[in-house]
Write a protein that binds this ligand. Structure first.
Ligand SMILES: Cc1cc2nc3c(=O)[nH]c(=O)nc-3n(C[C@H](O)[C@H](O)[C@H](O)COP(=O)(O)OP(=O)(O)OC[C@H]3O[C@@H](n4cnc5c(N)ncnc54)[C@H](O)[C@@H]3O)c2cc1C
Ligand SMILES: *[C@@H]1O[C@H](CO)[C@@H](O)[C@H](O)[C@H]1NC(C)=O
Ligand SMILES: *[C@@H]1O[C@H](CO)[C@@H](O)[C@H](O)[C@H]1NC(C)=O
Ligand SMILES: *[C@@H]1O[C@H](CO)[C@@H](O)[C@H](O)[C@H]1NC(C)=O
Length: 614
């Protein structure tokens, strides 16, 4: 087993090197699709953490060790290695990018590859009822770039109020005003129209829109304009409104954190050591002082020491898992699993927040998108044209509020696709649907139908990440726990969103293309009237997620209900910091990646300040 893995990696490299002409590219892509079809998502982490023997080799001494080269880890590695006399080691459990993973439109297929850890949620009672065993899929990146390699590339920061909430929860320094310079620091804005004061013009992270627009997505834009929304730069002074999506895309490539922050420096900075296929299985501790890590690479166990800090950027699922396995977490839970308690921190793995996403809202139109072959689309892609330049096939979004508030903030986000992406290619793989739910999707037509996916921006429900066993070979248990708030406010806000989406039928833009709702909501047929109760039922069945887990190691002043301080240092520990989505104190009304880059930029500066390097 230790041997086979290297051979597979080698073949993948040969394949992607061949893709020079469109024909070669087409052959390569078709081959990848074949692998994807036959791919079996793992059900545990044996392939990552199994060692061939128990001998520990010494890997060396560093100033900083960063665990995970995902969204946050890549930024940290870049910024910390600017200091020439710091030696930095960054360990990434997954492998490298491919030409396939570079195509924004293919990102969802990466879930059916080794680039995904392969998690599912635990069996749910209040959501995921349309899925096999009531489990939703929960992809996480296991690849350089982490989940930013798997993601849709949507760039959306949220609102100033989100960051004001962080401050109100006891985290001074995190107001939007204070974060804005760090959003701008990363950014290279390539948009045609945008709010100037809010964007950066000299960073490495490209923000751009794609073209040409699709007729179907334009109908969504126009319908929303008729409803009174404005077309806006949603990362500018106003978030409520409608817009073509702002993507992280550069030279047609899905610009994940590896492309933006690591590839430009990984071979030139001598003080930075990046190791792929290297999975950290333990923190080395002396009392509450962290000294280093052990990690598994190709079946061999290594030990590396950090004189200054170990920084966990393993993401909002794997970071709490590593903490818990190291005895840092709720004492009662640890004792039950026979894990010696190092540091009783009750909030580790708790407070999981995410954006629920309703995925079964389809409108049939009387227009059909041009039926391009895959070969045509690859040709178009090479010329920088949609649809494959659209991350996950997404094209337009709207942020909405339904209250007549004085200072309204987004309650709901709606997103629509460009054909042919409105119906996922492999329904079982995409959503783990039960048979009768899959059947409904088979009626939807990806060339003619508008799909509107609806997401809740500020959920009240919280879930958790816990251990199932005391072994790192087992997946953690992920309980998303949607729609469990006592007054059903989460369901009700989503219901308001559904009513709004249905009301788009009345607009001239929708009427012009004959767009009418054709959804069916299996499991809810018994509810005769199509009102609140019916839609609540539909929401419990057909809600997946925007895949934005956060707050599982959240930032705050007190060790009783938070895990790290305002600079990411773990409470009551020395030399241990966390920088990833887990430390978000409360989820933003946006997509998370932009916030994570900002957090990593800001904490990099904090680290430099502590060591008088800034
Ligand atoms: C399908 C999908 C679509 C999404 N779309 C968007 C979008 O369009 N816009 C947006 O803003 N957000 C999107 N997101 C969410 C966003 O990408 C994530 O929130 C973000 O990438 C998380 O960053 P992170 O740094 O916290 O963790 P990650 O990026 O997940 O990084 C963690 C890294 O640590 C590595 N790692 C984990 N454990 C270990 C270990 N033990 N040893 C070594 N390495 C380890 C992992 O392999 C990974 O590379 C999407 C997510 C998914 C799954
Ligand atoms: C931004 O996107 C537009 C339209 O897709 C494209 O023409 C332009 O070259 C892009 N800009 C940059 C700097 O990549
Ligand atoms: C698009 O064309 C392909 C053949 O090129 C055909 O198999 C497919 O059914 C067509 N799709 C639609 C929606 O018309
Ligand atoms: C689509 O339907 C609308 C409303 O019935 C009609 O006005 C329009 O001409 C139709 N368009 C096509 C292409 O059939």
């Amino acid at each position: 087993m230790c041997f086979i893995r290297k051979i597979i990696v080698f073949f993948c490299m040969i394949n992607s090197l061949r893709a020079d002409t469109v024909e070669d590219f087409y052959k390569y892509v078709t081959e990848e699709f074949k692998n994807i079809q036959s791919y079996q998502v793992p059900t545990d982490n044996k392939n990552v953490f199994t060692t061939c023997d128990s001998k520990i080799r010494h890997y060396g001494h560093f100033d900083f060790i960063i665990v995970g080269a995902g969204s946050a880890g890549a930024v940290l590695a870049n910024r910390l290695s600017e200091i020439k006399d710091w030696k930095i080691l960054i360990l990434e459990a997954g492998g490298d990018l491919t030409k396939f993973s570079d195509v924004p439109g293919f990102n969802n297929y990466l879930q059916q590859t080794d680039m995904n850890w392969g998690y599912m949620t635990s069996s749910q009672k209040t959501c995921c009822q349309g899925m096999e065993n009531n489990q939703c899929v929960y992809p996480r990146g296991k690849v350089i770039g982490g989940t930013s390699t798997l993601n849709g590339g949507v760039y959306a920061r949220g609102t100033p109020e989100d960051y004001a909430e962080w401050v109100n929860l006891g985290n001074p320094g995190w107001s939007y005003e204070e974060c804005l310079p760090y959003f701008k620091k990363s950014e290279f804005v390539a948009l045609k129209n945008y709010d100037k004061p809010y964007h950066g013009t000299s960073g490495v992270l490209y923000v751009n829109q794609t073209s040409p627009p699709s007729a179907i997505a334009e109908a969504f834009l126009n319908a929303n304009l008729e409803k009174g929304l404005s077309e806006i730069d949603y990362n500018g002074k106003q978030q409520l409104g409608v817009s073509r999506i702002q993507f992280n895309i550069k030279d047609n490539l899905h610009q994940n954190s590896a492309h933006a922050f690591l590839n430009p420096i990984r071979n030139t900075r001598k003080n930075l050591k990046l190791i792929l296929n290297a999975a950290v299985n333990k923190l080395l501790m002396n009392g509450n002082k962290v000294k280093g890590v052990t990690f598994v690479k190709d079946g061999v166990l290594y030990k590396a020491k950090a004189s200054k800090e170990v920084i966990l950027s393993a993401g909002s699922i794997n970071t709490p898992q590593l903490l818990l396995l190291s005895g840092i977490g709720p004492a009662n839970d640890l004792i039950k699993l026979g894990i010696p308690v190092q540091n009783n921190l009750p909030a580790v793995g708790k407070h999981l927040q995410d954006h629920p996403l309703f995925v079964n809202m389809y409108f049939r139109t009387n227009v059909s998108a041009p039926n391009h072959t895959l070969q045509d689309n690859l040709e178009r892609y090479r010329h920088g044209m949609t649809p494959l330049t659209n991350g996950a096939g997404l094209e337009q979004l709207a942020f909405l509020n339904f209250q007549n508030e004085k200072n309204p903030k987004a309650e709901i986000e709606m997103i629509t696709f460009a054909p042919p992406f409105s119906v996922p290619g492999d329904l079982k793989a995409a959503y783990n649907f039960q048979e009768k739910f899959r059947k409904v999707y088979e009626k939807y037509n990806t060339m003619t139908d508008i799909s509107i996916i609806i997401s809740l921006m500020k959920p009240k429900s919280e879930g958790s990440v816990t251990l199932r066993t005391n072994s790192i070979l087992d997946f953690p248990s992920i309980n998303i726990n949607y729609f469990t708030d006592p007054n059903n406010e989460d369901l009700e806000t989503m219901y308001q969103g559904i009513k709004y989406a249905l009301s788009l039928e009345q607009t001239a833009a929708f009427k012009h293309i004959g767009a009418h709702y054709i959804g069916e909501q299996p499991g809810c047929e018994h509810l005769i009237s199509r009102d609140r109760e019916y839609w609540y039922c539909a929401l419990r069945h057909m809600t997946s997620t925007e895949y934005h887990p956060s707050s599982t190691t959240k930032m705050g002043p007190s060790p009783t209900d938070s895990v790290v301080d305002r600079n990411g240092l773990v409470h009551n520990m020395r030399n241990l910091r966390i920088v990833d989505a887990g430390i978000i104190p409360t989820i933003t009304r946006g997509h998370l990646n932009a916030a994570i880059y900002m957090i990593a930029e800001k904490i990099s500066d904090a680290i430099k300040k502590i060591h008088q390097k800034l």
